[in-house]
Design a protein around this ligand. Sequence first.
Ligand code: PLP
Length: 348
Amino acid sequence: MLNLQFEPVFDIKKIEGRAPNMWRYREALPIQHDENILSFQEGFTPLIPLLFSGKEVLLKQDHLFPTGSYKDRGASVMISKVREWGLNKVVEDSSGNAGSSVAAYCAKGDIDCQIYCPDSTSSGKLVQIEMYGAVLNKIPGTREDTSIAVLKAAEKTFYASHIWNPFFFQGTKTFAFEVCEQLGWAAPDTVVLPAGNGTLILGAAIGFKELAESGVIEKIPQFIAVQAENCAPIYQAYVRKKGLNSRFQGEKTLAEGIAISKPARGEQILQVVHESQGEVITVSEEEIRQSLLSLSSKGYFIEPTSAAVTAGIDKYIQGLNKNEVIVSVITGHGLKASGKIREIQKLY
Ligand SMILES: *Cc1c(COP(=O)(O)O)cnc(C)c1O
């Protein structure tokens, strides 16, 4: 289940008078009582223009969140809900960023937290998780091995999953609210977003839909979903026009945040792409490296996973000859993965 029975309200005058953070859309966020809200006043990140092959793209700087990735959007709402339910202990599994984020909000809410991560996760993220006071379990093998390990723990403890819990997507939907507000309460023509488990793309789809249904915007943008060529189960299903292959096993990729072989919500991601007449595209490891170097040289120090998205922008823009408003995102901060980035830098 992705959607909740919940009526969001957008009172534009009220919203515009509030502090610049994601909780300015208070009446559209499903937390009942204000005292349960766990917030660092996160969000309302700058939307800034950058040229890609001479064309302007608006980049949402979601690497500027308190923990260094957009996952804070989801964790702020989901862990607030955990507090509203009166729970005091959670488990979560992640390739690093969702884990850091959940750990930070649990620290703020004084909630016990155990995080499961693949042992190959960037050390910056692992240090961050432990510094927030969470118990860290490093699991050998693939991202899927980590998912299997957490299920055992989830038999006894509440599973605060950024993939399964619908409240996480109620947080990531604020991406769409902010973009539309920053464009003068209008939707862009196109959004270029990463697709691993789809926590941003599916959240954004909910957000645009709610704004359209409330009459705030007139159309839903077209969704361009970006995957790493080395791990692209959604792309394969897209080109074969078939469902996702449950036996798909991807290869290693620099884009560790979207290295998801068995995306639990893969069919929903495909649906969002199809309904918006968008597309799924892939980027190679070399394209990811080049984009990382290019963005850094312009002053944007981003994670390799983020560079997969910016490489996707380059690819989408090639051959585009109409004028459209394109919005994309910097999903994670480079400081989280400086070790891995150093390895890339050494190659050139
Ligand atoms: C979580 C994340 C993504 C997107 O991941 P999904 O699996 O699609 O939710 C992209 N970039 C970074 C840095 C991330 O942390």
